[in-house]
Design a protein around this ligand. Sequence first.
Ligand SMILES: *[C@@H]1O[C@H](CO)[C@@H](O)[C@H](O)[C@H]1NC(C)=O
Ligand SMILES: *[C@@H]1O[C@H](CO)[C@@H](O)[C@H](O)[C@H]1NC(C)=O
Ligand SMILES: *[C@@H]1O[C@H](CO)[C@@H](O)[C@H](O)[C@H]1NC(C)=O
Ligand SMILES: *[C@@H]1O[C@H](CO)[C@@H](O)[C@H](O)[C@H]1NC(C)=O
Ligand SMILES: *[C@@H]1O[C@H](CO)[C@@H](O)[C@H](O)[C@H]1NC(C)=O
Length: 486
Amino acid sequence: QVFLERYGYLKHRASGGAVSGQLQEAVSEFQWLSHLPISGVLDNVTVQKMALPRCGVKDADSHAVWTERVNNLFSGQTSKPRRKKRYSQQGDKWYKHRLTYRIVNWPRYLSQSQVRLAVKTAFELWSNVSSLVFWEVAEGLADIRLAFFQGEHNDGINNAFDGPGGALAHAFFPRRGEAHFDNDERWSLDRGKGRNLFIVTAHEIGHTLGLEHSPVKNALMSPYYKKLGKGFVLSWDDILAIQNLYGKPSSGSAVQLPGKLFISFQNLAEDRNLSIPTTAELNLLGSSYCSSLFDAIMMDLNQIVYIFKGIHYWTVLKDANVTGPHLIQKSWARLPATIEAAAVSPANGKTYFFRGGRCWRYRGTELEEGFPRKVNTMGVPRHPDSAFYFQPLGHMVILKGNKYYVVNEESLQVEAYYPRSLDDWKGVPVHVNGVIPRADGFLYFFKDDRFLKFDKDKLRVVGSGFWMEELKWTGCQNRNATVSII
Ligand SMILES: *[C@@H]1O[C@H](CO)[C@@H](O)[C@H](O)[C@H]1NC(C)=O
Ligand SMILES: *[C@@H]1O[C@H](CO)[C@@H](O)[C@H](O)[C@H]1NC(C)=O
Ligand SMILES: *[C@@H]1O[C@H](CO)[C@@H](O)[C@H](O)[C@H]1NC(C)=O
Ligand SMILES: *[C@@H]1O[C@H](CO)[C@@H](O)[C@H](O)[C@H]1NC(C)=O
Ligand SMILES: *[C@@H]1O[C@H](CO)[C@@H](O)[C@H](O)[C@H]1NC(C)=O
């Protein structure tokens, strides 16, 4: 109520120029996202919606800080001293503009050069819109330290990491300078499966700089995980928040690039020359699916294995020779940049790809007529985990969460009595990355760095292991699985 009164009062003082236009636009956007009547006015309902409690994240102060920020916008103040915080770990801000950071250790499955570039870019998001400047240091003291931990890591039982999902990361307010990431999370740096490390790093950096959670839904500092989209990563509110603390960039104007530039740090690393790869590194890059998670796997009628990750794919021939990386879109025109599941029909060699709510079918590299097709017209769920052909059923099987669907290739419809529970596949976990049938008669399920060997007659998992080291036909065996690109 106080806020509303203040808002009403301040509204009269606002000159109606660019600033109030900007706020009105932002309010309208919030109302639109929240399915409220779009008036552009901060009315009661809108304010209440913004203040709704959100998932378990400690953000008791964020609404007050946000209110203050918006008030400052109207009163023309930019760096009002902030009130005293309740928690001793929360300072307010750094009293210098040049800060160093250090990546203390590394996540599994990602190359160091990609992680370094992603972290550098995440800091750049903030330095490009504020007066801050950041430097990476490789060792010794640093103002801000980024580290990957599993489970309990001396931040108290309540802050222990919880494996995949749930808490992804957390950070401390200034001037402790630490951000911690759950190393059990499936981190990724492209639009493939897993959590985008670039986005989460940028969010946690915000905390290390003194930013609280933002109630604005598409803000990077919203407590919810934000997906990397084509649009700007920072919202108007993130920019306002950082500039409130540290002022505008010395160059005068803030620079933001569209999010679509950050969908693959592998390509950026090549373009941007951050680290010039040696021949040995290029060789490793050539098969970088070996040290990471992949999005999908399939095998064609010639027993060539295709492994899809991000915007690339690799092939592994029968004698384990690897080719790639190739761009997915170069080989199958009209596919999206990345895919989620793929399968080859043993009956006719046609290839099926899935992503989001659509399915594509190719004969060779020719997209067939009537495709892409909406999966909901087939009875198939959106965003499938994986797809494969299962000879005993004579149909394609689609896995999604704890269910599976059997699709008839003739009618392109899910068969009657499906979906059924994944429990039918004894020993198969949820969210597998991909599945292929092999000539040895077994089905191979892949999940992260492990594989499960499934017996088609006994209908259960009969073996498991680490695919990079133990399955020669993945093309990874003769490489040092632990080597990453420096
Ligand atoms: C706005 O909300 C406050 C408390 O949430 C309530 O007392 C007040 O009557 C509301 N005003 C209107 C116009 O609905
Ligand atoms: C920051 O701005 C510079 C140009 O001033 C640009 O080259 C760089 O890509 C920007 N970085 C980000 C993350 O937007
Ligand atoms: C890449 O690095 C080399 C060697 O450091 C330098 O000479 C070259 O100008 C750089 N290219 C770009 C595009 O920055
Ligand atoms: C596979 O690689 C080996 C050694 O690099 C080479 O001799 C062989 O010809 C390759 N096979 C194919 C089918 O390319
Ligand atoms: C692979 O590992 C072996 C021993 O584990 C080591 O001697 C060799 O240098 C490594 N190769 C590369 C390319 O790092």
